[in-house]
Design a protein around this ligand. Structure first.
Ligand code: NDP
Length: 486
């Protein structure tokens, strides 16, 4: 008698695309000023495209200097009433916005994925729930501001101009708007040119929540719209998230003025794996640290520091894990790595990766089917990297990790701090005391232990050095939006 044994079964995922049938997108979106959508003064609209297909999704107004002036006028007019509103009344609006984000979460997740290229799994499970959580969190602070900043008397600042990037469009809008409104300010938000849609849906949500006109303005446009907003008379505070180069330009423009400023800029964050770490968990953390959102993350763990004794083992496990990442249609619920946000960003990644090869680092890129249309970059690992290589110094903002090694704890700290940035870091070790000792020596605003890219509205986020200044999240996130009277 022969017994047939099945020695191997090849498993693969069946496609699991999310449907876009339920979303309510208009063909064209104006500027959201004074509580209503209106055409830009010079009539300019630009198409926003889906980076996974290169198909246009909708036309969006491109705000010009006259629109910025009108937006500031409307916000200034709305400010006194909003600032004078009872704290608990303001809180009710924030709660309403949070609930409406939850109600429209499926639609928001699909639109975020279509507009930005990130996997639906991430927009559905991370971006949108966290955006709602930020409004809930700051709704709770509205009547406790004095306790949040530990001062007997506080006042709002006035009209705040807020500029957000394309990597977490709705979440960054929530990070900026929720604390500003909770503190009694009114806000003008400029979304990024390539991902304006969820901010415009948030404008609809503000209408549904019956937020008084002028309290939130959404001003889509390009870099020149942002530059005009920063320089507009009548802006009391600017909050910016984006590149260090633009952050510098904004800081120079505001030097010597009374306009307050907070900057959340780039990073080249170290993810440090000690030999005593649980290596399988560490590998999951490395993958999450650099391939989450295609590496379009300011705090991405893009410099992987591995203790020499476990280097080969960690790299072997990591490479095996990288081979299992699924790149492709961001709307498919099984996709791990979606599309690169724009042709320009893809070019930047390619330039830096080419520099890595030219400078002598060893490149390994996962071999996978790349869709014919759209912008894609397969997960990539660099070894034989020296701390002076561009790929160890510059922010790549893509799915590319550079591996460096160290022998001692002191060397790990020195190498991790050897960066002009200081946004985040990760530490993988089984020893609690070591984690605390290393964390306190790292010049990074956020340090994660045995996890990475863990975001929470109650926790402060922000940088050291060229990663910017000011904090967002938690009670620390109230301070930049308040004047301490005494
Ligand atoms: P930018 O800094 O140019 O863009 C961020 C935001 O600022 C966008 O809304 C942008 O508008 C706006 N902006 C652009 N120029 C000005 C200006 N002069 N004054 C005021 N606002 C302006 O980032 P990029 O999109 O060009 O990305 C470049 C690199 O920056 C990336 O490769 C990455 O390394 C880094 N980056 C870092 C981010 C972070 O979270 N720290 C986020 C995004 C990028 P618009 O989109 O219309 O140009």
């Amino acid at each position: 008698m022969t017994i047939e044994t099945r020695t191997s079964i090849v498993w693969d995922y069946a496609p699991a695309p999310e449907s876009a049938d339920h979303i309510r997108l208009k063909d064209r979106y104006g500027l959201f000023v004074d509580g209503e959508f209106r055409d830009p003064r010079d009539g300019r609209y630009v198409s926003t495209i889906n980076p996974a297909t290169e198909e246009p999704i909708a036309e969006v107004a491109d705000g010009g200097p006259d629109d910025v002036t009108a937006a500031v006028e409307s916000a200034r007019a709305a400010y006194p009433k909003w600032a004078a509103l009872k704290d608990l009344e303001r809180a009710k609006y924030l709660f309403r916005i949070a609930r409406l984000i939850q109600e429209r979460s499926r639609e928001l997740a699909v639109v975020e994925t279509m507009d930005g290229g990130k996997p639906l799994r991430e927009s559905r499970d991370v971006d949108i729930p966290l955006a709602a959580a930020h409004f809930f969190h700051y709704a709770g602070w509205s009547d406790k501001l004095r306790y949040g900043v530990n001062a007997p008397e506080v006042e709002p600042l006035g009209v705040v101009g807020q500029i957000v990037p394309w990597n977490f469009p709705l979440l960054m809008a929530a990070w900026k708007l929720a604390p500003a409104l909770a503190c009694g300010n009114v806000a003008i938000l400029k979304p990024a040119e390539t991902t304006p849609l969820t901010a415009l849906l948030l404008a609809e949500i503000c209408q549904e929540a019956e937020l008084p006109p002028g309290v939130v303005t959404i001003l889509p446009g390009d870099g020149s719209t942002g530059a005009a907003l920063v320089r507009a008379p009548g802006i009391d505070k600017v909050a910016f998230t984006g590149s260090t180069a633009v952050g510098r330009d904004i800081q120079a423009a505001l030097a010597g003025t009374n306009t307050r400023l907070t900057l959340e800029l780039g990073g080249k964050s170290a993810n440090i794996v000690f030999e005593d770490a649980a290596l399988d968990q560490a590998v999951e953390g490395i993958v999450n640290g650099i391939f989450f959102n295609q590496g379009h993350v300011c705090c991405a763990g893009s410099r992987l520091l591995i203790q020499e004794s476990v280097r080969d083992e960690v790299i072997a496990k990591l490479w095996q894990r990288m081979g299992r990442l699924r790149l492709g249609d961001p709307m498919d619920k099984n996709t791990d790595v979606g599309a690169i946000n724009s042709a320009e960003q893809l070019e930047r990644i390619e330039t830096l990766v080419a520099a890595g090869e030219d400078e002598g680092a060893t490149r390994r890129t996962v071999s996978c089917d790349i869709p014919e249309r759209g912008y894609w970059f397969a997960p990539t690992l660099f070894t034989d990297v020296s701390p002076a290589h561009r790929i160890a110094v510059d922010e790549i903002f893509g799915p590319v990790v550079s591996v460096l090694t160290f022998r001692t704890q002191a060397e790990a700290i020195e190498k991790a701090n050897n960066s002009r940035y200081g946004l985040a870091a990760g530490i993988w070790t089984d020893k609690g005391s070591k984690a605390f000792e290393v964390a306190s020596a790292l010049k990074a605003g956020v340090v994660w232990q045995n996890t990475y890219n863990h975001f929470d509205p109650t926790a402060a986020f922000g940088g050291y050095k060229e990663s910017g200044f000011g904090r967002e999240g938690g009670p620390a996130g109230l301070r930049p939006y308040l004047k301490i009277v005494r």
